[in-house]
Every structure is written in structure tokens, then in C-alpha cells.
Design a protein around this ligand. Sequence first.
Ligand code: UD1
Length: 371
Amino acid sequence: MRVVYVIGTRPNFVKTAPVIAAMRDRHPEGRHVIVHTGQHYDRAMSEVFFEELGVPTPDHMLEVGSGTHAVQTARTMERLEPVLLAEEPDLLVVPGDVNSTLAAVLVATKLQLPVAHVESGLRSFDMTMPEEVNRIVADRFSEYLFMHSEEAVGNLRAEGIPDERMHMVGNTMIDTLVALRERIDAAGSPARLGVEEDAYALVTLHRPALVDGPLLGATVAQLAALSEQLPVVFPVHPRTRKMMEAAGAGADAPGLLLSEPLGYLDFLSLVAGARAVLTDSGGIQEETTYLGIPCFTLRDNTERPVTVELGTNRLLGLDPGAIASIPGALAERSDAPAEPPPLWDGHAAERIADVLLAAYPAADLAATTSA
Ligand code: UD1
């Protein structure tokens, strides 16, 4: 069996690493081809993750880099098509909802190659989010839909997708966290950054709705105000850094600690030690739910409602002023960590490998014959 895994951004690496490992482990005779689109390309956004997560060096680097949505997507499509024609895979595996994923699904579908979509069925019902468009297209054209929470089933059925394509397998992002837990706990990042465990807020912001417009300045001012009560650690995504510089949104406050983007172990070590996390990311809403850390999401909606239902995540709205409510909300809430959702247990990727290898009996046969 020949499988191509297409990954391009920081969260893609975290979600796909355990799938590649499980597939290689269960089907060592197969050909496992990793394509890195290069949507993320800075060392801190890419290489560091390959090293820490143990993802093998990609077989193909497409180096598409940054651009408008059309440019980035089109460039990925143009460069991926010849790779797929040469590799002749039986299957493509793609994660999440980024532009690399959209491009890969379109190219594979036109070449009539089956696609497996990891993290299927999430919906924010907000078409102004580029990721929502990408999710809908990826699910519409994928043959294997791997889901990690119950609401995905209803979302996919509502779009007319048949149940036979759906597989509830759990959360591969949590697989990575479980696999690296000891190293995360040993990383000691809070101490290294000079903050005390359980006595700082960790912040990440990168979505266009928040950082590409006038809300960014107000948000940074609110973070400076928050840092007078609770020190704030803020690893800044390159997109956000660029926008802060363009807007002249300086962040000069003694309690506000800005850093470059962090690697996986350092970042998760900071999440695990935080009193609270403030974010507009999707994956971080899930990681805080698993770890039982209070999360405040600076968005009007979430495609991950299970994190809100379980009580770890609270939607603040797309309203920088709501950041001021965080200390009060923390004082009120109980510290009982939530139980993670079913199947967020470290074994999702193994379930994915079971489904995919059972669907390709020739893979089992080839493995047996050459063994
Ligand atoms: C992308 C995803 C988003 C995901 C996020 C994770 C889409 C539509 N968006 O957003 O869903 O949550 O990745 O980080 O696919 N840049 C660098 N170095 C890099 C990468 C980016 O400097 O290695 C800068 C560039 O100026 C670029 C900007 O960041 O223009 C945005 O990068 P891009 O990949 O377009 O989107 P993200 O905001 O990272």
C-alpha cells in the first residue's frame, strides 16, 4: 500500500505525527510518503516540530510559502499534482482545515485518489473563517472521515454525508500529548521564562478576524492591563508579530512577556503550568480541555463545542474588552478538572490505521508475502 501524507502547518504536524507512526508500525512494507507543502516554513513553525515529534524527514518539500489564499492554494495544487502522479498512491491522508489541506483534497479528488480526512466534521457555521470553507470541502470529497467528537456526526449528516464514511476514532492531537507527556512535564518552561506555576496566563492569537484589523491594538492594551494582576506570557505567531509592527501596537508592560513562537514541548509545558489560557486557536481549546486548564477563547464561535460543554473553555466573544473579565471568572470557577471526551485517550491514530488497513486487504497481503 502506498500512502501520501500531506502536511503544511504547525498544527498539521501535531495531528499527523501519530498517524504516520501508527501506519508505519502496522504496515512496515508499505510506502509512506510525506509531503510538506511549506505553508509554514520558519524553523520555529516547522523544523522544530519534526524534530520533537519524531516525524521523518519529508520526501517532498513543495516550498509554497505565504501568499493570498488563492496564491497559496493554487501553488500547492500545482506543485502537488506531479508528486501524486509520480508516487501513484492508493490513498492520501490529510489533517485539519488549513489551505494545504484544501489544496491536497482538490488535487487528489481530480486525480480520483481516495482521501482520508483526520479531524473531520468540525463546524463553526461561520463562513467568514477560511478554515470553515476548507473543512466543508475536505469532508465533502474525502472517503474516510475520522472524527473526534459526537457533534461531528450530526454536522456531517446535515450535509448529506453517508454514515458509512464516518469513523469515530478520537483525537490524534491528544495522542501526541499523551505520547510526549513525560517530556512535556520535564520541559520546565515556566521556570525558564521566570514565571511561577499556576500564576500566569498564557496567550496565543493569530486569526485574521482578530489580528488583521483594528481589534489587535485594543487586545494588546487589554493584555497589558491583565498583566498587572496576572503575569502574561505571549508567544507571538509571525502573522501577529507582523500585524503588531504594522499597527505600532507596542506591548510595553512589566508583566507582559512576549516571545518568539515556541516548540511543541516548551509550549505544552507552558499550557500545563498556566493558571489560564487565552487563545483564538482551535487546537489549544482541545489541549486545555484534556489537561483541565481554564481556557478563554477570544472568538464569537467555536467548531469545538465539546470543550465549552465540559466547562474548561469559555467563549469571550470577539471582544478585547472581555479580557478584563478573566480574573473574576477564575476566582469563581471550581478547580475540578474535566474528564476528557470519550476516545481522547492516546490511541486515536491506531484506530485510524485499523480502519485504513482493513480497507486495503492488499496491504495485509503484501506485508505477509514479503515477511
Ligand atoms: C494557518 C491556518 C490556520 C491555522 C494556523 C496555525 C489557513 C487558512 N490558516 O494560519 O487555520 O490555525 O495556520 O498556525 O490555512 N508566516 C511566517 N512564517 C511561517 C508561517 C507564516 O512568517 O513559517 C507569516 C507570513 O507572514 C504569513 C502569515 O504568517 O503571511 C500567515 O501565515 P499563513 O500560513 O497564511 O496562515 P496562518 O495565519 O499561519
